[in-house]
Design a protein around this ligand. Structure first.
Ligand code: AN7
Length: 354
């Protein structure tokens, strides 16, 4: 039995926790791993053993909570006066929530016009100080690096190593839930922190003898923001998947290493491929993720279409964020007529049409 249900308490032995680290928790982690039942068939690979890690069920609706619980707990331990981050949205929501729980002020720099509505609403309601930047995420992160020291604020972007340390717990959970490591992990890549963190986790348990092997790490950038794939920073990244609209990933080198060491790869997927996967996940499995989260599944579909045979493999796709974060994406992905009809049995039967 664990003495606490807090993620960083459960995995305390594998994390940089000390006796005096406070545990700032919102009930993060322990997210479901759900087997796909309809999607493999629909893709033409009925025997594909595919599981989704539903990270959108974390308290603020994204995987960011795993790293944030540790980053904020350590910030409190170190006596920090406030935290700051740049964000495409989810980091800001998570930072704002955990900072509030810890009683710390939180400052977030957001790329104006490119943050999904739900994420913005969260950061506002949790009480963060929002600073909208006339620029993209990469510019916002550079500004954060420039001002944090002068203002004596702790950066809680994934350049803060505690973020990736906390996030690696997702790999432990996947192994525990499957009873073994998967053969492949498909995952979206933005700032490249999450793929790096999973690899830290899988590698650690393999090296400790707690797992027999480690999966191949397969990461996917949006084609309009594919710096790692194209081997150069993208000055003006563009994609509908706003969470991964990032042109100069902070964990670039570690992610490349993760792909190389695990015999995996990093590739890109187009916005059409991302939006198709986004719709397919909802309509075949009843899972509502945000567009960026579908990039890993889009990558899996691309790989299958290229002729890969994964029949004897166990595959996990990480769905990083909740679909409710971005209602506008859903509303523009599916065109329907929402004009009201007359409120009569006759008209409703006509509308049902069966
Ligand atoms: C849903 O919130 O970068 O490769 O500032 O929100 O670890 O960056 C979000 C990234 C994937 C990419 N899926 O993960 C931010 C931010 C969702 C995300 C990613 C993000 P990384």
């Amino acid at each position: 039995m664990h003495s606490s249900s807090a993620l960083i308490d459960i995995y305390r032995d594998y994390l940089p926790m000390s006796e005096s680290t406070p545990v700032i928790t919102l009930g993060e982690g322990n997210t479901p791993l759900v087997k796909a039942v309809n999607l493999p068939q629909q893709l033409g690979f009925p025997k594909l053993n595919l599981h989704f890690k539903l990270e959108g069920l974390n308290p603020t609706g994204s995987f960011k909570d795993r790293g944030m619980t540790l980053a904020i707990s350590k910030a409190v331990e170190e006596g920090c006066r406030g935290v700051i981050c740049a964000s495409t949205g989810n980091t800001s929501a998570s930072a704002a929530a955990f900072a509030t729980k810890a009683g710390l002020p939180c400052f977030v720099l957001l790329p104006a016009g490119h943050v999904a509505l739900g994420k913005l609403a969260q950061a506002i309601l949790y009480g963060a100080k929002l600073i909208s930047i006339d620029g993209n995420f990469d510019q916002a992160l550079n500004l954060v690096k420039d001002v944090a020291e002068d203002c004596h604020l702790t950066i809680v972007n994934s350049i803060n190593n505690y973020r990736l340390e906390g996030q690696k717990t997702a790999a432990f959970e996947v192994i525990e839930q499957l009873g073994k490591p998967p053969d492949y992990l498909f995952i979206p890549v933005g700032n490249a922190g999450n793929i790096s963190a999973y690899w830290r986790g899988f590698k650690l348990w393999k090296n400790m003898g707690k797992a027999a092997m480690a999966p191949r790490m397969c990461g996917f950038e949006a084609a309009g923001a594919a710096a790692i794939v194209l081997k150069r920073p993208i000055a003006e990244p563009e994609t509908k998947a706003t969470a991964i609209r990032i042109g100069n990933p902070a964990s670039w080198k570690e992610a490349e290493k993760a792909a190389l060491e695990s015999d995996g790869w990093i590739d890109s997927v187009t916005d059409d491929e991302i939006m198709d996967a986004y719709k397919l996940i909802a309509r075949s499995e009843g899972i509502f993720c945000e567009p960026s989260s579908a990039a890993g599944v889009a990558g899996l579909i691309k790989h299958l279409k290229a002729g890969a045979v994964l029949t004897d493999s166990t595959v996990v796709a990480v769905l990083t964020g909740n679909g409710l974060k971005d209602p506008n994406a859903a509303m523009s992905a599916i065109k329907i007529d929402l004009n009201p009809i007359e409120a009569t049995v006759e008209k409703v039967k006509l509308a049902i049409g069966i």
